[in-house]
Design a binder for this molecule. Structure first.
Ligand code: NDP
Length: 282
């Protein structure tokens, strides 16, 4: 008897995840036969749930908030980008039975910015708001694009400073608090705080966004997030949310598991068309 290959996304909460839908569309598009289900897994049950999933012939897992650091600790082996980010969003069963951990968030963001939105990062002044797991995952991929500089601003200032120190041998990067942003300007502002999820905005000074600047909220929603709206009010040429990043990081995970690269553009367009308003770009 041949059984269908099983994949899942673990998170807490997980009800609103778009990942099952995205992977189902990828599977149909590429003719791959697989099943992908959401599972609500509290942090304290994570290890047991992952062990059970792979013992029951599961092939691969996505892990989301608040499980990425636990997934990093669980993986037997890690890719270099996962090792550096200390967070894993993709676990893959290997031929020898070991579990490989990867982090596809950073490449997902870079692909969405550069390929989908034609945003050039070389020489740009980048501000990252937030110093949590998502911020950690995007720093090295951003530095690899040779920006002029990256500033990380965070509510807990020590976290921003420590994170910047960790990566200082890879490029021009510094950390600070929100109040230190006065009189500075950036070409690209990325919101990697979780404030959008509660309809809030970090305290941002006026004139923070340079002329022709771009805003990007890693969070995504059916309505423009508070930060996407802030970008529009501050004359961003583009003010985007993280839907494209979500689809791109999923495509990278799909490739790791199946060795086939799905087409992302029709999936982003489909999911975007299902929300209102459909156009976030000025
Ligand atoms: P974490 O919980 O690891 O980090 C949260 C960050 O937000 C911290 O820097 C925290 O600051 C800051 N923060 C929380 N509340 C406030 C507040 N009221 N005011 C100012 N700062 C605040 O979350 P993640 O890094 O994992 O996720 C961040 C965001 O990125 C989420 O919205 C998530 O949905 C999104 N994301 C999107 C992805 C995509 O594919 N589109 C992929 C990954 C993440 P402090 O350190 O002071 O607590």
């Amino acid at each position: 008897m041949t059984s269908i290959d099983r994949y899942a996304v673990f998170g807490y909460p997980i009800k609103h995840s778009k990942s099952p839908r995205i992977h189902q569309i990828f599977a149909e598009q590429t003719g791959q036969s697989l099943e992908y289900s959401p599972q609500e897994v509290p942090a304290e049950q994570f290890s047991a749930a992952v062990a059970r999933f792979f013992a029951e012939a599961g092939k691969g897992l996505n892990c989301t908030i608040p499980l990425k650091e636990l997934a990093w600790a669980y993986a037997d082996k890690k890719t270099e980008r996962a090792q550096l980010s200390k967070a894993v969003n993709t676990l893959a069963l290997q031929a020898d039975g070991s579990i490989l951990g990867d982090n596809t968030d950073g490449i997902g963001l870079i692909t969405d910015l550069m390929t989908n939105h034609a945003i050039s990062l070389a020489g740009s002044r980048i501000l990252i708001l937030g110093a949590g797991g998502a911020s950690r995952g995007i720093i090295v991929p951003l530095l690899e694009q040779s920006p002029h500089s990256i500033v990380i601003a965070n509510r807990t200032i020590d976290k921003a400073v420590n994170l910047a120190t960790e990566f200082q041998d890879k490029g021009s990067i510094s950390g600070c608090g929100f109040s230190n942003l006065k009189n500075q300007q950036f070409d690209l502002i990325l919101n990697a705080t979780s404030t959008s999820l509660s309809g809030q905005l970090p305290p941002l000074p006026e004139c923070l966004l340079a002329k022709n600047g771009v805003c990007y909220d890693l969070a995504y929603s059916n309505e423009p997030t508070v930060f996407v709206r802030w970008g529009l009010e501050n004359h961003a040429v583009k003010s985007l949310d993280g839907l494209g990043m979500l689809v791109e990081q999923a495509a990278e995970a799909f490739f790791i598991w199946r060795g086939v690269r799905p087409e992302t553009r029709p999936v982003i367009e489909l999911l975007d068309s299902e929300r209102k308003p459909t156009q976030f770009t000025t």
